[in-house]
Write a protein that binds this ligand. Structure first.
Ligand SMILES: [Zn+2]
Length: 164
């Protein structure tokens, strides 16, 4: 880690491209969200601008991580395949302005730096791509996380029995 520090402004102006692969285990925050830190994240970042003078990075993050199914508590594989446009603001002030200006657009705004770690961006995006409550698409396991509601007899059924 640390080998992917770039000058964010230069990176965008020169339309540079970086890509790589990194093991999930190397991302401390991401690994903590997974079941066993297994898997590899493939990523790419393309520098550029949005045509309105804003510097931006096109971010792609893909890979498979293992999560715990919240229904059966068994392991499950989750495919991340995520794309984000990250607008690089010059400073805090312009970041706030851009946040307002671009509030309706599917972009993220960050404050640029001359030593921006691209892998931090990659990790942020991977974290955003995790489902809040992972579940097998077709979960066949018994529910343990959420105990099934016990079938209680309705008070009316009890009354019905009493009448009999
Ligand atoms: Zn499951």
């Amino acid at each position: 880690m640390g080998t992917h520090d770039v000058d964010a402004f230069e990176f965008c102006r020169k339309q540079e491209l970086r890509s790589g692969e990194a093991s999930v285990a190397g991302f401390v925050r991401l690994a903590a969200e997974t079941l066993d830190s297994s898997g590899v994240i493939r990523w790419s970042v393309q520098g550029g601008s949005d045509g309105r003078g804003h510097l931006q990075m096109d971010l792609h993050v893909a890979g498979t991580v293992s999560l715990r199914c919240q229904r059966c508590l068994g392991p499950m594989q989750h495919q991340i395949d995520s794309h984000a446009v990250v607008i690089v603001a010059a400073d805090d002030e312009s970041a706030d302005e851009l946040d307002l200006q671009l509030a309706d657009e599917p972009v993220e705004v960050i404050v640029g730096s001359t030593a921006l770690d691209l892998l931090t961006l990659v990790e942020d995006e991977a974290l955003l791509a995790l489902p809040p409550a992972p579940r097998h698409e077709q979960c066949t396991g018994d529910s343990q996380a959420v105990a099934p509601a016990e079938k209680k007899e309705s008070p009316f059924a009890v009354l019905g029995k009493l009448k009999r």
